[in-house]
Design a protein around this ligand. Structure first.
Ligand SMILES: [Zn+2]
Length: 254
């Protein structure tokens, strides 16, 4: 990807250590002079998720804020925060998946904005996505726009909430990480799995299936594109050889 002229300013990335938010972190690093990351502890099943976020931020040399939001875990019964609730494969008919944590993005972005104000950042970056949205209402673009207005009114600020993944599917999120030079990093160091298995994960939970399907589609497309380029190069070589042969033949005639 063409290197962008870095914008002035500072961004705070809402960062969980998963594929999406790590891709957003690389996206922000390419665009902003200064980037900080914020991770919320809200009673996730796996402390590993928090360790994963901390070690990624350390490796990238990013200032990392870990904020306690355990109140959210106490209030919201979700399979992500309660050991006694299993992650269901699919939502009940017409309902939300039991991985949904009510108010999560509202709270996270609101606290991220308070943090941003404190550290002098004017941009918030979040990896929410409407395309693959698993029925989460607070991943929708209209919610983000609405919250952006509300935060600015609440704090007399001009925050911009950036959502680089909003209209991408999982395949395109892999493509974006590749364009950012972060494909291997994201593949090997992030944790998306609901069962707490890093990188390619357990392979069985809904998050792993979504991640793997996107990865497989992207790898297939990338291999096809590479083969296409290879075939074109091969054809160009063959044409070149024919041209050389004609030149040689012409040489003999002279
Ligand atoms: Zn999994």
């Amino acid at each position: 990807m063409k290197r962008l002229e870095k914008r002035k300013g500072k961004a705070v990335v809402v960062f969980s250590g998963g594929q999406d938010s790590t891709t957003c972190l690389f996206w922000a690093l390419e665009r902003y002079e200064e980037v900080e990351a914020v991770t919320f502890r809200y009673g996730q099943r796996h402390a590993l998720e928090l360790q994963c976020a901390a070690s990624i931020a350390a490796e990238l040399g990013i200032r990392h804020h870990m904020l306690d939001m355990s109140l959210l875990g106490q209030l919201a019964p979700s399979s992500l925060t309660r050991e006694d609730l299993a992650v269901a494969d699919a939502p009940e008919a017409g309902g939300l998946p039991n991985t949904f944590v009510p108010g999560r993005n509202l709270m996270f972005l609101s606290f991220a904005a308070v943090l941003a104000k404190g550290v002098g950042a004017d941009t918030l970056v979040t990896g929410v996505c409407e395309t693959d949205f698993s029925g989460y209402p607070d991943c929708r673009n209209i919610f983000i726009q609405s919250l952006n207005v509300t935060l600015n009114l609440a704090m007399e600020e001009n925050f911009v909430i950036e959502t680089p993944l909003m209209w991408l599917d999982k395949e395109q999120v892999w493509e974006l990480s590749d364009q950012l030079g972060a494909f291997e990093f994201v593949r090997e160091k992030t944790l998306t799995c609901y069962n707490g298995v890093p990188a390619d994960g357990c392979g069985e939970c809904p998050a792993c299936k979504l991640r793997r399907n996107g990865l497989e589609r992207y790898l297939t497309r990338r291999a096809a594109a590479a083969a296409g380029v290879g075939a074109q190069a091969g054809a160009a070589n063959a044409a070149g050889m024919r041209d050389e042969a004609r030149t040689d033949a012409g040489g003999e005639l002279r």
